[in-house]
Design a binder for this molecule. Structure first.
Ligand SMILES: [Zn+2]
Length: 368
């Protein structure tokens, strides 16, 4: 069997290509996005000068500064269909399950243009996993419902002030409706984004379960596209078949409000081990599968110590918030690497983003 001493991670490829990848991997932040000129939480150019002054005048763009690490040249794209979609697990509401009566759009103006995301489902939180998604929006932005229904003010004050209409909970808003009031999608203002929140948290809940609001066949937020595939750092081999890996999901749609749209945590992570003969010696082992909320699993089983997101305080005070998403790829929610005969093996790390883009990275290791 393997041990820490006997597993030798393959030599990392030279850093020669790193600078090139770093330069090519992101386009500069658009000077004027599709929302420019609109009075919305996604417009450009209205950030206080003091904040903008804290961004460097030259060097890597703001999006790159938000990356936890430079995009490694070893990360490769995976052809569509070559690996299963992370949401294709057959569980109820992993796909489909569209909210009845909901109307496609976004809960902030402009309703039918894309908005930026600052957090996805299952990101690390103090005691749990994030129970929805965060939509970047300026403080005071008017929030509308996407599904009709009767409002329920779940909390009227404090940072967790929130209103539920139908399946959706609109979080961190000063409510503008009363419990029992009928809400018309895109017409009734349900509330306004709280001072210092800088975002609207949106949860979708059915029977006490938090769904992935971006799931295919069930997503109401539209239009929404993300063409930037996840990035994967070199996996770290540990004793007992444990493997740690850092990963993140850059987004192709970014804006600047009081901060720059950050990277997200990957939607899913998995590994496979390929033997000396080139045959797979394990199936696809899921370390994280964002088709469902990971309620009840201790976050320490998935995230390593030191893993963190941007967090409210970080976004509040800084134009750039850089997370550190460090996972237990093997030996966390996924089983540890199996016992192996001596030989040279290949660990393939896969990462998915919320749009279904898949990246892979290979790491050779010896057992002997
Ligand atoms: Zn949130």
């Amino acid at each position: 069997m393997e041990s820490a001493a006997r597993i030798r991670a393959g030599a990392a490829a030279g850093a020669a290509g790193a600078a090139v990848a770093w330069a090519l991997a992101f386009a500069p932040l658009a000077a004027a996005g599709p929302d420019a000129g609109e009075a919305s939480g996604a417009d450009f150019g209205a950030a206080p000068p003091a904040v903008l002054a804290r961004l460097p005048a030259r060097g890597p763009g703001p999006a790159a500064l938000a990356f936890p690490f430079a995009p490694p040249p070893e990360v490769r794209a995976v052809a569509p269909g070559a690996q299963p979609a992370f949401w294709a697990d057959g569980r109820s509401c992993s796909t489909g399950c569209r909210a009845p009566g909901a109307v496609l759009g976004w809960p902030v103006r402009p309703f039918h243009r894309q908005h930026a995301l600052r957090a996805g489902l299952n990101e690390r939180r103090l005691a749990n996993y994030h129970i929805g998604i965060d939509i970047q929006a300026r403080d005071g932005t008017a929030v509308y419902a996407v599904q009709p229904g009767v409002a329920r003010v779940l909390a009227s004050s404090g940072v967790d002030a929130r209103v539920q209409v139908g399946r959706f909970i609109y979080w961190h808003i000063v409510p503008s409706v009363a419990t029992g009031q009928y809400v018309v999608p895109y017409r009734t203002v349900v509330g306004r984004v709280l001072p210092t929140a800088g975002h609207l948290h949106l949860s979708e809940i059915v029977g006490g379960r938090y769904l992935n609001p971006l799931r295919p066949g069930g997503r109401i937020l539209a239009p929404w596209r993300d063409t930037a595939a996840p990035q994967i750092a070199a996996p770290q081999f540990r004793a007992g078949g444990v493997v740690l890996v850092r990963a993140f999901d850059p987004q192709s749609y970014r804006v600047r409000t009081t901060y720059v749209t950050p990277v997200l945590a990957p939607a899913a992570l998995a590994y496979r081990v390929v033997g000396p003969s080139g045959r797979a010696v394990t199936g696809l082992r899921w370390a994280l599968r964002g088709s469902q909320h990971l309620l009840g699993r201790p976050p320490g089983r998935l995230y390593t110590r030191g893993a963190r997101g941007g967090g409210w305080g970080c976004f509040m005070g800084h134009p750039i918030c850089r997370p550190n998403w460090n996972y237990r790829l093997a030996g966390g929610l996924a089983p540890p690497l199996p016992r192996l005969r001596s030989g040279v093996y290949r660990l393939i790390v896969y990462a998915w983003d919320w749009a279904g883009n898949v990246s892979a990275r290979d790491a050779r290791f010896g057992v002997g």
